[in-house]
Write a protein that binds this ligand. Structure first.
Ligand code: HC0
Ligand code: SF4
Length: 579
C-alpha cells in the first residue's frame, strides 16, 4: 500500500489502485461517464473524470484522468480545484456540442448519466452546439426491437464492450475518426441486417438515451381507447419481480397484484398470465423431448428465448434441427388467446389485440416473425418492455404504489403453477420440465420438488438428472449469457459434450435481468439474485407446483387440444426456424 493525499487528507491507497477507485473507496465523488465498474470498462474516452495531481518533490501540477492514472507514493490529488472544475465543465460542454439538446423529448430524461454530469459540473450554457453536426449523425430505425439514436451517443463504448466481451456477439464497432467517430454496426450494416440478436444488453449499459427499444406505448393507448378492440394483456414471469423498482420499491418486490390493478385501471378488457402459457410450453416441450430421447435424438435446446433463436439462426444455422419446435410462452399465449379463448368466451377473435409486457427487447422481434403472423393477423400484436410499461403508467398518471393489489379473474388462461413461475430465471425452464417429465415417465411426482442441483448461477451449469423408467438418467446443461452459450454450442458441434437437454437464456441471469428491464445508472446486473429469489418464493406458495397439475391447462387439453403434441397442438403451438 501507498501513502498519498486526497483533497488535503492523508489516505492509504492500494498498490494497483487508480485514483478513481481510491477516491470512491474514500467517498469522494469524481464524475465519470464512459467508465462502468460492473463490466470492468475503463476506456478513458470521455475525459470527464479529470483531477489535478502533484508528484512528490515537484512544484508543478498536472491534469490527468482519474480512471486511468494509478495512485503513487506521495502523490497529491485534488478533485475540486478551480482548474479541475473548469476543465471538467469544458469537457462536458464539448461532449454536448454534437449531442441532441432536446432533453424534454428523450425517454432517458431524469434518468440520464449525461444530464447528471452536466448538473454536477454546473454547466449552464452550451457555446459550441453545432446543429449541423447533430443532424449528420444517424438514427437507425431498421429493427423492430432496438433503435440506435447516434445524436445522443457519447462514444463511451460500453455497448461495444458488453456486446463483444459480455455476450460474444461482437456486432458493434467504433466507426469513423476524429469528430466523426461514432459507434456503428460492423461492416456499416443497419441494425436489422447486422448480426445483432436484439438481446438488449447494450441498452442496459448505455448511459444516455442513445440506445433503446422501439417505443410502442402510443399503439397500446390507441387500442385501449378503441371501443371495437378487445384488449388482452399478458405479462411475463419476470415482470412482476422487477417492475416495482421503477416506482421506488425494493428490487425483487413481487408486484403481480399491483400490475393487475394497474391494467384494470387502464381499462384492459382481459388480463392473462404468460406463466399459464409457460405451463402449456412444458406440456409440449416435455413431450417433445421424451419423444426425441426415445428416438436417441440429442441434444434438444430450449427455444423460448428469442435472442437465443436469433443467435442460433445467425451464427450456428447447422444446429437449428436441435432446437425444440415448441413456441415460446409469449407466442403460445397469443395463439390460444385468439383461438381457444374467444371460443370459450363467445367473443369475436377479430376484435382481439394481444399486448405483451415483457422484460425483453427481443420479444418485439419475435412477435413480428413471419411464422407468427397468419393471413396478416399476428399472434401477439404489441410487445412493451418493462421500461415502456412504466412509461405507459406514468403517461396515464397511475402510481403503482397507490394501487391495492388485484387478482386474476380469467377462468381459462390465468392460473399458473410454481413451475411456470420460475421460467423467469436461468435454470427455471429446465427445472419445470424435469418436474413434469419425471411424472410422465413414472406416474408419480418427484419427491424433492426444488432441484438445487439446477440452481447455481455459473454461466454454464451441468447436472445429471434421474428420470427413471425407460429413460433413465439424463444429462442436462443450462447457460445464461451468449458467451457461455457459444462455448456449449461449439462443444456440442465438436462432439466433445454429450447432453440430452440444454436450456439457453441469452441474458445473463435469464429474463429477471432481461434487456427490457429497468435501467439504473452506473450499474449492470446487480439485482438478478433478489428478483430470482422472489420467483423461487412464488413457486413455494402455489397450490400446483408442476405444470401438469395446473387445472386450467388440464381443461385446455381436455376441451380443446386433446393431448400434448396432438395434431391440433402441433399445428397451433409449434414452429420452425430459418437461417
Ligand atoms: Fe421470459 Fe418466457 S421466461 S422468455 O425469460 O420461456 O421475456 O420473464 O416471458 O415467452 O414464460 C421473457 C420472462 C417470458 C416467454 C415465459 C419463456
Ligand atoms: Fe429476452 Fe429473456 Fe431471452 Fe433475455 S433471456 S433475450 S429477456 S427471453
Amino acid at each position: 500500500s501507498l501513502r498519498a493525499t486526497l483533497d488535503g487528507a492523508a489516505v492509504i491507497a492500494g498498490a494497483d489502485e487508480t485514483i478513481l477507485t481510491c477516491a470512491r473507496r474514500h467517498g469522494v465523488h469524481i464524475p465519470t461517464l464512459c467508465e462502468l465498474h460492473d463490466i470492468d470498462h475503463t476506456p478513458g474516452t470521455c475525459r470527464v473524470c479529470l483531477v489535478e495531481i502533484r508528484m512528490p518533490g515537484q512544484e508543478r501540477t498536472q491534469i490527468v484522468t482519474a480512471c486511468t492514472t494509478p495512485m503513487q507514493e506521495g502523490i497529491e490529488v485534488m478533485t475540486r480545484s478551480k482548474q479541475v472544475r473548469e476543465m471538467q465543465r469544458l469537457q462536458v460542454e464539448l461532449l454536448l456540442a454534437d449531442h441532441d439538446q432536446d432533453c424534454a423529448t428523450c425517454t432517458r430524461h431524469g434518468n440520464c448519466e449525461l444530464q447528471d454530469v452536466a448538473q454536477f459540473v454546473g454547466l449552464r450554457s452550451n457555446r459550441f452546439f453545432d446543429h449541423d453536426r447533430v443532424a449528420a449523425r444517424p438514427i437507425d430505425f431498421s429493427s423492430p426491437a432496438l433503435i440506435r439514436d447516434m445524436t445522443k451517443c457519447v462514444r463511451c463504448q460500453r455497448c461495444i464492450a458488453i456486446c463483444r466481451d459480455g455476450q460474444g456477439v461482437d456486432a458493434l464497432v467504433v466507426a469513423g475518426t476524429g469528430q466523426e467517430t461514432s459507434v456503428g454496426l460492423r461492416y456499416g450494416l443497419s441494425q436489422a441486417e447486422s448480426t445483432c440478436v436484439t438481446c438488449g444488453q447494450c441498452v442496459l449499459v448505455c448511459p444516455t438515451g442513445a440506445l433503446g427499444e422501439r417505443d410502442e406505448t402510443e399503439r397500446v393507448i390507441d387500442y385501449l381507447n378503441d371501443p371495437e378492440v378487445i384488449t388482452v394483456f399478458q405479462f411475463a414471469p419476470a415482470l412482476r419481480v422487477g417492475f416495482g423498482e421503477e416506482f421506488g420499491l425494493p428490487s425483487g418486490t413481487n408486484v403481480e397484484g399491483q400490475i393487475i390493478a394497474a391494467l384494470r385501471r387502464l381499462r384492459a378488457d382481459i388480463v392473462l398470465d404468460t406463466n399459464f402459457a409457460a405451463d402449456v410450453v412444458i406440456m409440449e416441450e416435455g413431450t417433445e423431448l421424451l419423444r426425441r430421447l426415445s428416438e436417441a435424438r440429442r441434444p434438444t435446446f430450449t427455444s423460448c428465448c428469442p435472442a437465443w433463436i436469433n443467435f442460433a439462426e445467425e451464427h450456428y444455422p447447422d444446429i437449428l434441427p436441435l432446437l425444440s419446435s415448441t413456441k415460446s410462452p409469449q407466442q403460445v399465449l397469443g395463439t390460444i388467446a385468439k383461438t381457444y379463448l374467444p371460443e370459450r368466451m363467445g367473443i369475436d377473435p377479430a376484435r382481439i389485440r394481444v399486448i405483451s409486457l415483457m422484460p425483453c427487447t427481443a420479444k418485439k422481434d419475435e412477435a413480428v416473425r413471419p411464422q407468427f403472423i397468419h393471413d396478416g393477423v399476428p399472434e401477439v400484436d404489441v410487445v412493451l418492455t418493462t421500461r415502456e410499461f412504466a412509461r405507459l403508467l406514468k403517461r396515464e398518471g397511475i402510481d403503482l404504489r397507490a394501487l391495492a393489489p388485484s387478482a386474476f379473474d380469467n377462468p381459462y388462461m390465468s392460473e399458473y403453477s410454481g413451475a411456470g413461475a420460475i421460467f423467469g430465471t436461468t435454470g427455471g425452464v429446465m427445472e419445470a420440465a424435469v418436474r413434469t417429465m419425471f411424472y410422465v415417465v413414472n406416474g408419480r411426482e418427484l419427491e424433492t420438488i426444488e432441484l438445487q442441483q439446477l440452481r447455481g448461477f455459473e454461466g454454464v451449469r451441468t447436472a445429471q438428472v434421474e428420470l427413471g423408467g425407460a429413460i433413465g438418467s439424463v444429462r442436462v446443461a443450462m447457460c445464461h449469457g451468449l458467451k457461455p452459450t457459444r462455448q456449449i454450442v461449439e462443444a456440442v458441434r465438436a462432439g466433445t459434450a454429450e447432453f440430452d437437454f440444454i436450456e439457453v437464456m441469452a441474458c445473463p441471469g435469464g429474463c429477471v435481468d432481461g434487456g427490457g428491464t429497468l435501467r439504473s445508472k452506473k450499474t449492470y446486473l446487480r439485482d438478478a439474485l433478489k428478483r430470482r429469489e422472489t420467483l423461487f418464493g412464488i413457486d413455494r406458495t402455489r397450490k400446483a407446483r408442476q405444470s401438469h397439475n395446473n387445472a386450467q391447462v388440464q381443461a385446455l387439453y381436455r376441451d380443446y387440444l386433446e393431448h400434448p403434441y396432438s395434431e391440433k397442438a402441433h399445428h397451433l403451438l409449434h414452429t420452425y426456424y430459418t437461417d
